[in-house]
Each structure stands twice: as C-alpha cells, then as structure tokens.
Design a binder for this molecule. Structure first.
Ligand code: ZID
Length: 231
C-alpha cells in the first residue's frame, strides 16, 4: 500500500483533512503533520471522539492517522529553531519539529523510503489582514517563508525518502493571478511563488528523482484559516 504525509491538519474543517480522508478511502496509510500550537487541541478532540463522525469512511470504518507528527514548516532543521521557540510550552515536549525532523522521524518509524505522497496544505501570513501597500518586510517574508519556501524545503528533504513515482501536491489560491482584496500581507505573493516553484520543482525533482510536483488552485472552503481572514 501507499503511504501519504499530509502537512497542515489540525481539525476536520480544512483541505488537509479532506485530502487525508480521500487518500485513506483510496487505501493509503496516512500520517499528518500538525503545527505545534494546534497539536494539543487536535489530539484532545480526536481522543474525546469529537471528530468521530468526520472520520467515518464510506465502508463504515473509522479512519486512523498512522502518525501525527509535530511540524512547524517555518523551520528546515532543528538548528533553525530559536531557543525561545524550543523552550515554548507548546514545542518543548516535541523535540525536533522542523521539516527535516519529520523526515528523520518517518525514516526511524518506517524505514529508508517510507512515503509515496506528500501534501502541503498549510499557509500562514502574520499580516494577512494588511493590504500589500501596508505590509512590512517581516510580514511579507514570513508569509512567503511559511507558505511557499516550506514547499521547496519539503521537496528537497522528502525526495530522498520518497519512493520512485512519488508525488507532491500543494494548494494555492487565485489571488496569485488576480487582484483579490483582503488576501494581503504578502499571501498573494506567496501563492505566486508557490505556483512558479511548482513548475520548477516538477522539472527538477522529475529529472532527479522521478517525482511529480503539482499544485491545485482551490475553490473556497470555510476552513479555520479561511474563516480567520473572513473569506
Ligand atoms: P486549514 O486551517 O485547515 O489549514 C492550514 C493549516 O496550516 C492549519 O492546520 C495550521 O495549523 C497550519 N499551519 C499554519 N502555520 C503553520 C506552520 N508554520 N507550520 C505547519 N503548519 C502550519 O485551512 P485550509 O484548508 O484553508 O488551508 C490549506 C491550504 O489550502 C492552504 O495552503 C490555503 O492557502 C489553501 N487554500 C484554502 C482556501 C480556502 O478557501 N480555505 C482557498 C485557497 C487555498 C481560498 O482561500 N475563493 C476564496 C478563497 C479561497 C478560494 C476561493
């Protein structure tokens, strides 16, 4: 069977959860990556059965996540994680929450080439509520770092542990191509970068590893992230 890693699942309301479920329905084992600040609540609601209804698959069985890894896609390696973040109460029990940290954990848990499908379903823009005209350099680079570079880093780091013929998917938004007021803080820039990077990464990772890289420009979904910005 195939194994998928879906980064960006912290409840049952977003694209990541829906994609994880569709992959499970198709017979894949599914591991997810969850942002440390959201991980405590996610595991609690899972444990208390609050997601049980959403977890029921079409054959009546309940989807199980094979693993839930703590992941902060702002960091490529543990060396990149600042001391104050390492010591933060939401982080310290999880150790290496970087992208490479998840890669290393998956190797330890499942062996040298444990994954076929990697889904990037995460984004964050600290200044998303600011129009671009009022976005700081820090806010802009923060949005691009978490929402776009994280995909570059994931393709770099997961490819050595991804089987031949494996596949990446990320999620974009049309605000990369057209002016959509309200999608600020450099998020429109991040999605433009993500889409361009998808083409370049598909070329490079296709040649180097035989892996595919795709990006879907999604329609509207009232996820936590979208609701937070009033979309
Ligand atoms: P979600 O809240 O389910 O997922 C986002 C996840 O990212 C959450 O679990 C966060 O905890 C996680 N996250 C944030 N920061 C980090 C970090 N540093 N490290 C690790 N994880 C982190 O929301 P979602 O399902 O909306 O988002 C999933 C993907 O879909 C993102 O890339 C979105 O940009 C993308 N997307 C969503 C929508 C939407 O409607 N929900 C649209 C397009 C793309 C969209 O906004 N018309 C109007 C709006 C839209 C489309 C059409």
């Amino acid at each position: 069977g195939k194994r998928a890693f879906v980064a960006g699942v912290a409840d049952d309301g977003g694209f990541g959860f829906a994609i994880a479920k569709a992959l499970a329905e198709a017979g894949a084992s599914v591991c997810v990556g969850t942002w440390p600040p959201a991980l405590g609540i996610f595991t609690t609601i899972l444990r208390r059965g609050k997601l049980d209804e959403s977890l029921v698959m079409s054959d009546g069985t309940k989807m199980e996540f094979e693993r839930i890894y703590a992941l902060d896609a702002e960091f490529d390696t543990f060396e990149d994680v600042p001391q104050e973040v390492r010591e933060n109460k939401r982080y310290k029990e999880h150790g290496d929450i970087s992208i490479q940290g998840v890669v290393d954990r998956m190797k330890a848990d499942f062996g040298e080439q444990p994954v076929d499908i990697v889904v990037h379903s995460l984004a964050n823009g600290p200044e998303v509520k600011n129009v671009l005209l009022e976005t700081s350099r820090k806010g802009y680079l923060g949005a691009v770092g978490v929402s776009a570079y994280s995909m570059v880093s994931m393709v770099q780091r997961f490819s050595p542990i991804m089987r031949q013929g494996g596949s990446y998917l990320s999620l974009s938004y049309m605000a990369s191509e057209r002016v959509i007021p309200g999608y600020g803080g450099g998020m429109s820039s991040a999605k433009a970068a993500l889409e361009s990077d998808t083409r370049v990464l598909a070329f490079e990772a296709g040649r180097k590893y035989g892996h595919r890289v795709n990006c879907i420009s999604a329609g509207p979904l009232a996820s936590r992230a979208a609701s937070a910005i009033g979309f």
